[in-house]
Design a protein around this ligand. Sequence first.
Ligand code: SOE
Length: 412
Amino acid sequence: EQPQQSAEQEPVAEAAPGAGKPPLRVGMVGYAFMGAAHSQGWRTAGRVFDLPRQPVLAVICGRDATAVRAAADRHGWAATETDWRALIARDDVDLVDICTPGDSHAEIAVAALAAGKHVLCEKPLANTVREAEAMTAAAEEAYRRGRLLGMTGFNYRRLPATAFARRMVADGRLGALRHVRATYLQDWLVDPEAPLTWRLRKESAGSGSLGDLGAHIVDLAQYLAGERLAGVSALTETFVRERPLPGGPASGLSAVAAAGTGEVTVDDAALFTGRFASGALASFEATRYATGRKNALRIELNGDRGSLAFDLERLNELWFHDAGQPGAEAGFRRILVTEPDHPYLDAWWPPGHGLGYEHSFVHQARDLVHAIAEDRRPEPSFADGLQVQRVLAAVEESAEKNSVYTPIADPR
Ligand code: SOE
């Protein structure tokens, strides 16, 4: 089906990439780490993939006029705003991409959908189940009303190796699934003097390692398994309860410390076990205190016909054990996921020329453009983001009750 093109959606000018295609004009809110990553995605997707609509980096928004101008220049955005409401009110924006801390996701997403924009929202979808429910209801209504889409930014689904792993599981290569083992380990809070940034306060981040890292591995585990968790038993801990207040500008995950200290109000680490609806068992560990581990997301799945293992720090590889092989020759073998018939790779480099972290954001932009142009509900949708939020809430509830097994509300 041809994408709808309104009068003001002129095809992209001749010299630009995607010339002759209707544009998809993006307005982004937030310009820090995730803003930079998403900018890279929007900037690159239409230059690598043959997309039905050409992403245009129309407007970027942040409260500090000087800083947002600098971000616009660095990342290639045409215009700036300092109030997200002004961005949403613009008629030269088709899609709003939310890269702010979790406390503003719901308000921006609901308003953007009501204003007739598609929405991409960084994970975790919200800070609470209630907010995620409101966002999901708004997205359902906006889809019925105007075919508007709401997508949650679980970018790790969009690496060639994880997407290929999903294909193998769906093709039955693992047989009946018995175990999923997932860890996401970082170490940027090991130093007790690391400042109290927004990620360490419940009112801005919702939770700590749980929502920031645990959300990724819950989504990835469920995506790869092709089914949802039915319940969890959990432990959480906050190792350092008081930290220096942040002072000057933040960069990436760090910030400059100022005078005084404040309380850490989120978990530093979360450990939980889970049960899938099929009876398969899962374990999860999310922490920012795994000294020496920088961005170590690992996941392994064991079925009665085989196993798969993935490590984000070696993201062009997938390890596969086929239990049907004769014992003497069996064992995990490395699949180098760099062939043109692996997911996403026909548009990139010749075989063996691997991809990196940022490509997951390019693929995310690519997939969302296709979903919009083809009038398909995106995956993961806001409803999928809400379901992950319910898992996070069940983890918190279980941890509060000393690991009592906690069913997940509405696991559909
Ligand atoms: C920080 O822990 C963080 O940037 C997460 O917020 C991202 O979602 C993850 O991709 C990398 O680590």
